[in-house]
Design a protein around this ligand. Structure first.
Ligand code: C2R
Length: 163
């Protein structure tokens, strides 16, 4: 793990979200972006959420990736308490397959934005890539790594071409 002060926070409503959110963690590790992972819930640990959101900018966080499932209020409630950009990841729920999570995160009232990603693993990965892209806007080295990532991805697609 990276030992510098975290630049990105990954939070999730429950330990049960880790299987999904670990994809964001892995991606930030791959890029060498200092980050932290925490369980924070608007419903179950509201005081911890307030403290997390309230201290985020002062601690140097540049983005918060927030994953939650079902009545996924966490990303929006964090966004309500900080101007650090919040990237919301809808975790797939059992009852409604994540459509509930997606709509809970996407349908924010005007004035309190949350960037909303796809349901599940690809959403977690894209949220992390988006955070990398945000940081890369003033970090040339990270921008080069992001270009290299895209090039490697394109090479893999081409190598996988049908016979
Ligand atoms: N949506 C939220 C919030 C929140 O938004 O604050 N806190 C927990 N949860 C969600 O409840 C689901 C089930 O949690 P459990 O597996 O712990 O019962 C998880 O997907 C979690 O994100």
């Amino acid at each position: 793990m990276v030992d510098d002060a975290p630049r990105v926070g990954i939070i999730m409503g429950s330990r049960s979200d880790w299987e999904t959110m670990a994809h964001a963690d892995n991606l930030l590790r791959e890029f060498g972006v200092a980050h932290e992972c925490r369980i924070v819930s608007a419903h179950r640990t509201p005081a911890r959420m307030n403290e997390y959101a309230g201290s985020a900018r002062g601690r140097g966080l540049r983005a918060i990736i927030a994953g939650a499932g079902g009545a996924a209020h966490l990303p929006g409630m964090v966004a309500a308490q900080t101007t650090v950009p919040v990237l919301g990841v809808p975790v797939q729920s059992r009852a409604l397959k994540g459509l509930d999570s997606l709509l809970s995160i996407a349908q924010m009232p005007g004035g309190v934005p949350v960037a909303t990603f796809a349901i599940g693993e690809s959403g977690a990965r894209n949220a992390a890539l988006f955070a990398v892209a945000m940081l890369a806007s003033d970090d040339a080295d990270l921008a080069d790594r992001l270009d290299a990532y895209r090039e490697a991805q394109a090479r893999r697609v081409i190598e996988d071409e049908l016979p």
